[in-house]
Design a binder for this molecule. Structure first.
Ligand SMILES: [Zn+2]
Length: 81
């Protein structure tokens, strides 16, 4: 098992060396992986607003459907009365 601070190729301890290259096998340590993208506050706020808009839209559509049916029934009843 290669520990941190050791050469990834041969395991030679690289701690305290003035250069990155392994003196044992000549390998250069792999560059560290870039950190994963983190969500900023603005991104989170945008996602939250987007979610709220969708939620309100679905709510309004769900409420509007039955209301239109009831209004249609009332209008039908009034016209045919
Ligand atoms: Zn090495």
């Amino acid at each position: 098992m290669i520990r941190k601070g050791n050469c990834w190729h041969c395991g030679y301890c690289l701690l305290g060396l003035p250069h990155e290259r392994c003196p044992e096998c000549g390998n250069v340590p792999k560059p560290p992986k870039p950190p994963p993208p983190t969500m900023t506050f603005a991104d989170a706020a945008t996602d939250l607003i987007d979610f709220a808009v969708k939620l309100v839209t679905v709510y309004l559509l769900a409420m509007l459907g039955p209301a239109l049916v009831v209004a249609g029934l009332i209008a039908y009843t009034l016209i045919n009365a």
